[in-house]
Design a protein around this ligand. Sequence first.
Ligand SMILES: Cc1cc2nc3c(=O)[nH]c(=O)nc-3n(C[C@H](O)[C@H](O)[C@H](O)COP(=O)(O)OP(=O)(O)OC[C@H]3O[C@@H](n4cnc5c(N)ncnc54)[C@H](O)[C@@H]3O)c2cc1C
Length: 565
Amino acid sequence: MEEPTIPKEVDLLVAGAGPGGMTAALIASLEGLDVLLCEKSDQVGGTGATSAGTLWIPGNRHNKAAGFPDSAEKADAYLDALIGKDKSGGLRAAYLQTGPAAIEYLETRSDVQFLACGKHPDYRSNMPGAAIAGRAIVAAPFDARLLGDDFGRIRAPIPEFLVLGGMMVGKADIPRLLGRFRSVGNFLYSAQLFLRYLTDRLRYKRGTRTMLGNALIGRLYYSLRKRNVPILYNAAIANVEGDRNGVTGARLKVDGKDVLIKTRKGVVLATGGFAHNPQFRQMFMPQPVPEHSLSYEGNRGDGVAIGAAIGAAMTQENAGGGLWTPVSITTRADGSKGLFPHLVLDRAKPGVIAVNSTGRRFVNEAVSYHDFVEAMFEANKVAPSIPAWLVCDASFMKKYGLGVVYPGHRNVEKFVEEGYLISAPSLEELARKIAVDAPQLRSTVTRYNRFAETGVDVDFGKGETELNRFNGDAEHGPNPCIGPLVAAPYYALALWPADLAVSAGLATDADACVLAADGKPIPGLYACGNDQGSVMGKSYPGPGTTLGPAMVFAWRAVMHARGNA
Ligand SMILES: Cc1cc2nc3c(=O)[nH]c(=O)nc-3n(C[C@H](O)[C@H](O)[C@H](O)COP(=O)(O)OP(=O)(O)OC[C@H]3O[C@@H](n4cnc5c(N)ncnc54)[C@H](O)[C@@H]3O)c2cc1C
């Protein structure tokens, strides 16, 4: 796509080309608005391109068709139980009631398409109103060859999620690739994937079979491109024109030059939140402030600061500031450090425990990634728990893998040499190496091994919820999430808290209009994605807690600006 000429005036200016901003720009174009999307970097996608691309949309049509009916009322009951009665000023009701319509709108008018996830339990699956299946949808895989050379405009997934340096794999691909020599079907499937990848690499820097968040961004970008929506790269929004009584445009830094763009309908802030702004982290995150973030490094809190400069309010109920995941620290091929998020692959499998510096468990290891980190913060108030340690034995490592070490890896020793894993022939020696109380670690494991026999974790209830069991091993009994640690060598892996999204942001009304400190909307100023305070407060109800609201409130913002509220 050619670089657009910079207009002096547009209907709508959207700042930030992540899922929130791209959705807003696409809908604005579909609604016939004259729109400009400005992006600080030279690529689209932000954190969204590296995400799992899942949206939490209760009552969506895909899951209904797949036989999982749901309703806004049932989801509301769940959020009542998890978060408390709605104090969001109507955001929650608006989200639940119009989420399915927003998605259907996009799917019927653009190449943005989703698939039902089917069974994908809510993250507190034992609470009233929780669903075991039916609320999550995921971006349909996208053939990025459709973009030709513009494929390079899509931000790549993190290297830790790529196979052979550039091939994306989905959750369903993993068992087939790992079991490629176990059946003819698996072998042919894997061979086909590898062949496609090799062919891709003749022309592209990475595989074009994109999935998850990368497919979501690919689909949004393809749709924007088809409609010739102008995207201005290396163009950062610096401030807005106007004050709390109304916004009439914005100033951008484009390739270092100041540019004023006037707006007839408004400015949408979608700059991805403040994850890489140390000052905002200090203000909104728990102490000690977590060092690590999986958010795109260019997300410096620009939107939030721009709003605050004209008197916008921040959400008050989101103290806690982050939506979390535990990460381990990897060393990449080029020697740089990476973060591997421990989302679903290892913690819930039978035969791994998490301990803190006392050598004691402090959490049900199979809870959601967000709840796991919240438990780290709580435990850390009593005894050092950052980092916490995942501890497993040799059989676990072989069968399930740990972090970036995939199951059956032939050279686990390499990860020990690099310092990613710590290993030792006995639990006592392992404890000494990771500075954990050795007799206590031994007694923790002895106790846990008894739970493996009975199938009951009397300390933390591991394996008791649908979510726990969903990520466990269905073929393992009596409890799919608990197995003994008995076979040397033993391994330990350090886990740190990291945000994958921020929850504190600009306060808005149900149409994503930014609110001033007196609670009144600032005409012409909207926020979506991580620039908008999360409608879920600081809770993480289920898969897709941030992308769902990012896209639904982008739709609501544009409909409001357009006059279709
Ligand atoms: C590993 C991982 C998995 C995840 N999986 C999921 C999932 O499955 N479901 C889910 O709901 N959430 C998920 N998330 C979180 C989700 O990716 C983010 O919450 C989401 O991408 C936020 O969207 P956004 O549009 O606000 O910001 P981003 O996607 O970060 O995009 C922000 C964009 O704004 C640009 N920008 C920044 N400043 C400026 C400026 N001044 N002017 C112009 N542009 C600017 C940035 O360059 C960037 O392109 C995941 C996150 C990670 C790290």
